[in-house]
Ligand binder design. Structure first.
Ligand SMILES: Cc1cc2nc3c(=O)[nH]c(=O)nc-3n(C[C@H](O)[C@H](O)[C@H](O)COP(=O)(O)OP(=O)(O)OC[C@H]3O[C@@H](n4cnc5c(N)ncnc54)[C@H](O)[C@@H]3O)c2cc1C
Length: 436
């Protein structure tokens, strides 16, 4: 028997403040695209606890452009934010693949995306965040001011700063209190983001062998692209298994995997002279204009989703980022997983050594799949890596992050919760309430 989960729809800021003052344990959500919070099975995680699911997607959404900064209030999606920027001749430095997710939730989950190769994670473009604290007071946090010393942890984040996200939130500047803390310290209501001029881009595709058979060219390209972090916006991989989800007539003529990179159109000669020719790739590349690319890129998730719902597939995926020097080790672990007999695909943020390996398990394969994933995460804890560099921890990844936490992490989380959420009303059961 589960306790009833109640739902609440919020339609104004005053409504939200009134609800917060009630102090009820609640999980706030916007578009519900999180892959680490199973909203449709949430009661399993709260068998004996009260919980209100608070829908913020009905709050008024507002956007304003203040010179080159975008001010957002309420449930603005990435798609809407980018569209608004384009009307002003501006662009966001990065956005997640799921454009129907909301920007303010993206701050809570410390979203990253394809363009993080060039732009870093969302943290790098947030100037200000406004949130409601446990007394429903509006607090403005700045990217310029450092946190109080107790709220920072310097020693334990050392060695992890090179990853887009660590297994725990980075805590240095004030805005960090809301970035990647998954709504456990308050409810974000506004943000100010930096933008950049809108630019025409194109995408260069490189045909490479299947990674399962030979990944030597993959490694060569991975090393070389590091020299071009200022020129290439993204460097991504779609392996041959991913390409199979694209309809035949739309699929490029490639036997193996595709690595693709995006850059400003005006840089084409530079890219061929300094990247394609030195690597001897002239005969295995083709260029696609950005608009066509956007359509093409969406074909894979669309195809996978269709396949999954047709076949009752339970998708289990990885989100690991490793250091470049460990990329070979990561691919070897994925090669082991590929031998399981369960259908799989490998894709993602190749230039950042951050790939998603998805196992598409049919109902009778789910148990084996869970075992394989558990074994995989056991093996990666020996590497200095980030187990969930993009999609966060939520409810379903907590056991996998535990080995990365020390006493200092648990102590800091508790102190933060005591200070910012004394009634434990913000996302009860989140990773900050984990105990050693
Ligand atoms: C196909 C697909 C692709 C994806 N690609 C990416 C990707 O490239 N990069 C990436 O980072 N993620 C990606 N995700 C994951 C997901 O889109 C992100 O985690 C996103 O930030 C969630 O936004 P949402 O509006 O759906 O939030 P929800 O799912 O509604 O909520 C997610 C979390 O945010 C918290 N939260 C929401 N709103 C607030 C608020 N106002 N204040 C405080 N806390 C809040 C909630 O408590 C919860 O912990 C992808 C998901 C899918 C399904």
């Amino acid at each position: 028997m589960y306790m009833a989960i109640t739902t609440r729809t919020i339609s104004s800021l005053d409504d939200l403040k009134t609800f917060i003052k009630e102090g009820k344990p609640a999980l706030y959500h916007a578009s519900k695209t999180s892959t680490v919070i199973p909203f449709d099975q949430i009661e399993q995680f709260y068998p004996d606890k009260e919980l209100t699911l608070v829908n913020l997607s009905t709050l008024p959404a507002v956007m304003e452009m203040d010179e080159d900064r975008l001010m957002i209030k309420g449930p603005v999606t990435w798609k809407e934010a980018r569209g608004f920027c384009h009307e002003h001749g501006r662009e966001l430095p990065m956005w997640p693949t799921e454009e129907l997710a909301c920007v303010l939730s993206g701050i809570a989950t410390s979203a990253t995306g394809e363009r993080s190769f060039n732009a870093g994670s969302l943290r790098a473009q947030v100037d200000e965040v406004t949130y409601l604290n446990h007394r429903a007071e509006e607090i403005v946090l700045s990217c310029q001011k450092a946190l109080d010393s107790f709220e920072m942890y310097d020693k334990i984040q050392k060695g992890f700063r090179e990853f887009k996200n660590a297994p725990f939130p980075y805590l240095s500047m004030e805005i960090d209190l809301m970035i990647g803390t998954e709504g456990q310290l308050g409810v974000i209501t506004e943000a100010v983001l930096r933008t950049k001029p809108l630019e025409n881009t194109e995408v260069l595709f490189i045909k490479v062998p299947k990674w399962e058979e030979d990944y030597s060219l993959h490694i060569k390209i991975m090393n070389k692209v590091q020299e071009f972090r200022n020129q290439f916006y993204c460097v991504e991989l779609l392996d041959s298994n991913s390409l199979e989800f694209i309809e035949k007539e739309k699929r490029p003529d490639a036997e193996g995997d595709l690595i693709f990179l995006e850059y400003g159109v005006k840089l084409q000669d530079f890219v061929f002279e300094h990247f394609v020719t030195p690597l001897g790739l002239e005969d295995q590349v083709f260029v696609m204009e950005a608009a066509k690319f956007k359509e093409f890129r969406m074909e894979v998730p669309r195809g996978v989703q269709e396949y999954n719902s047709r076949n009752g597939v339970v998708k289990k995926g990885t989100d690991v980022q490793v250091r470049h020097m460990d990329f070979r080790k990561l691919l070897d672990l994925y090669r082991e997983l590929a031998k399981s007999g369960i259908r799989y695909l490998l894709f993602g943020h190749f230039g950042d050594a951050h790939l998603h390996f998805n196992l598409l398990a049919k109902t009778d394969q789910v148990e084996d799949c869970t075992k394989l994933m558990n074994e995989f995460y056991d093996k990666i804890t020996d590497m200095k890596c980030s187990p969930f560099a993009e999609h966060g921890i939520g409810l379903i990844k907590q056991n996998y992050v535990r080995p990365f936490y020390t006493k200092e992490h648990f102590d800091t989380f508790k102190k933060l919760k005591d200070l910012h959420d004394p009634k434990r009303q913000f996302f009860p059961g989140g990773f900050m309430e984990m105990t050693p």
